[in-house]
Ligand binder design. Structure first.
Ligand code: DGL
Length: 271
């Protein structure tokens, strides 16, 4: 495998750019190909069978592009699709659940950890299982927060309505006295400020994007596949979506921290 080959990252839509942002921050020499399934987003309200089928189609597109490693940046996809994705891939596949759970196990002092995500992610039980297996965690408080994705996409990151919604969702977690909260959805890192205000400084916020990017670096390093600096024309970052590239481009800045000059529309459904 060519170590200058790109890392493939897929998500149900735009949120996976929070993972790309961390990968490019931690691994600045790596090229990335991103696919956002904007035609079929959201995944968070769909059945596991449908999410697995979509995930396999998304990853097939990236594998055809010659990626050296695949990242399922979408928490909902990671929560149900990892066995199918690993079974169908010739390259390593990394999801966001285990990295997030291990980071939470390192962060907690009391062993009482909360996790928030889409309905699909929370009802899959994947985070709850990974957190219990990570060691040192005695109570897991899981809370679906389906209203948060649309609020983030609307750009209401610091809006009184978002604060009210967050207060409502966080009430059971505060009652259980969590000391660590796993942000189990691509969109939630953008709500760190409001979550921090509502939960208070004693609660550590675990961003699965950060921990996933470090697992990507470790996996590539162990396989001897890290790309080095100084390769002419690299790193390159390309972005593909299945619908409305212009909307993706407009809100990408918020998730990625920089603008994207080109977004290409492709069809992946028949992969
Ligand atoms: N990317 C999804 C996740 O991280 C959120 C958006 C969706 O529901 O598709 O779970």
């Amino acid at each position: 495998m060519d170590r200058t080959a790109p890392i493939g990252v897929f998500d149900s839509g735009i949120g996976g750019l929070t993972v790309v942002r961390e990968i490019t921050r931690q691994l600045p020499d790596e090229s990335v190909i991103y696919f956002g399934d904007t035609a079929r987003v959201p995944y968070g309200s769909k059945s596991p069978e449908t999410v697995i089928r979509f995930s396999l189609e998304d990853s097939a597109f990236l594998l055809r592009k010659g990626v050296k490693l695949l990242v399922a940046a979408c928490n909902t996809a990671s929560s149900v699709s990892m066995p199918a994705l690993r079974g169908g891939s010739s390259v390593p596949v990394i999801g966001v659940i285990e990295p997030g759970a291990s980071a939470a196990a390192r962060a907690t002092r009391s062993g009482i950890v909360g996790v928030i995500g889409t309905n699909g992610t929370i009802s899959s039980g994947a985070y709850q299982k990974a957190l219990r297996e990570a060691g040192g965690i005695r109570t897991v408080v899981a809370q679906p927060c389906p209203l948060l994705v649309p609020l983030v996409e609307e750009g209401w990151l610091d809006h009184r309505i978002t604060t009210l919604v967050v207060e409502e969702y966080m009430a059971p977690l505060l009652r259980e006295k969590i000391d660590t909260l796993v942000l189990g959805c691509t969109h939630y890192p953008l709500l760190k400020a409001v979550l921090g205000r509502v939960l208070g400084p004693e609660v550590a916020l675990v961003d699965s994007a950060e921990s996933t990017a470090s697992v990507v670096g470790r996996t590539l390093g162990e396989a001897g596949l890290l790309s080095g600096p100084g390769v002419p024309g690299l790193p390159s970052h390309s972005f593909y979506v299945s619908d409305i590239p212009l909307k993706f481009q407009e809100i990408a800045q918020r998730f990625l921290g920089r603008s994207i000059p080109l977004v290409t529309q492709v069809e992946v459904g028949d992969a």
